[in-house]
Design a protein around this ligand. Sequence first.
Ligand code: FAD
Length: 394
Amino acid sequence: MKKKVVIAGNGFASLFFIMYFLASPVFPFFAWFIRRIHSRYDITVIGNGVFVYSPAIPGFLTGKRNKAGITVDIRPFLQRRNIRFVEGQVTDVRDDGRTVITDRGTYTNDVLFLGTGPSFRKDDIPGTEEHTYSPCYGPDDMERFMAKLATLDGGIVYVGFKINKTDGFVAGRTGPMYECVCLLDYALRKRGVRDQFEIHFFSPNRNPGEKGVLTDRLREREIILDDGYAPVEFVEGGMVNPDGTFRKADLVLYSPEMTGPKFAKQSCLPISVGGHLDVDRYGQARGLHNVFAAGDCASHETPPPWVPHQAHMAQLRAKAAARNTKAVLAGKGATNRYRHELSCILDMENDALWMHVSEDGKPPFWNIFPRRSKILIRVKGSFERIFLFYLRHL
Ligand SMILES: Cc1cc2nc3c(=O)[nH]c(=O)nc-3n(C[C@H](O)[C@H](O)[C@H](O)COP(=O)(O)OP(=O)(O)OC[C@H]3O[C@@H](n4cnc5c(N)ncnc54)[C@H](O)[C@@H]3O)c2cc1C
């Protein structure tokens, strides 16, 4: 009997999981042919069928990226791997992980991998849903922000974030928001209207007067730093300050705190204090057998406080989970752990930084690239092109 592997979600974590789980030295076309004839696994992916390369969303601000260019219909990629696709949403997980309930039916498994991404605490600050935009909600919301920005010849724009630190790491989108504010500055200068705009950067997680390499980049772009600030409410045309006074804002681009998937709450899955799927260093859901999770839906076991939710971390975690899945299906124990690493290129269009911290002190790519240079924009673009080419054609 073939072992049944069910994968929930078709984002970075799930696709990296597939990549490592089916890793083969054979050229992809022949691998497809071989898998048609013989496959040890019966794999099902449950998702919406559309992959979004989210790290490219800030590029909407400069007009260099758009929705069509960064989305991929993932079905052909799965067909080439002889993987069944179910278009649907997971609504519950039962029987210690062996049964997955979706809006399209029920699926049983021998191993379950969860890569369903995060949810955002939009109700933390009232008015978030109605009065703010966010690159974190995907290309459609970012396009709405761009459309509104295009109608303004001047005004006040606020860009900010809030982090959920309850699980001991950075569950929030900090890097992309720094990138967005710098690209917004660049785009307005290019349009010749920068002096007509006031750009503010706010976060209750930044200490007033904070200094550092990122702060320097914001100051040199004349971005006003509202360190330590968060409104108590977003309202039409602005925000309400903690003292009840009104603060004008024509547009707000905001990333709320991140937490785990909503469906997990009523399921049998373990939940961390911060609301993520509670997993150990092997990517295993605590207290359950043969249930793994990786990416933004999952917490970390004893994380360093700087580790963020990132596609890069999703890759490292999915790799360990894929190897452990193979091990448990072969009747062995999970022994593969993953490293904690923050690695991200901040594209400011006229400048770029490689932000990097790792728990073992390893530099990115053997230090062959500079840490600050416009060249990094091309490096970041190459990662995107290679990954999208892989998904579309291999
Ligand atoms: C604007 C922006 C810029 C970023 N920049 C970078 C960067 O430069 N470098 C970097 O490393 N990371 C970056 N990231 C972070 C990175 O995109 C995420 O960490 C990564 O997408 C996480 O992968 P994931 O698979 O966990 O979640 P996702 O990629 O969000 O995928 C989740 C998947 O699950 C599906 N799903 C959700 N709920 C269900 C359900 N109930 N049932 C079935 N399927 C479901 C979704 O449709 C989706 O396919 C950025 C993110 C954003 C938003």
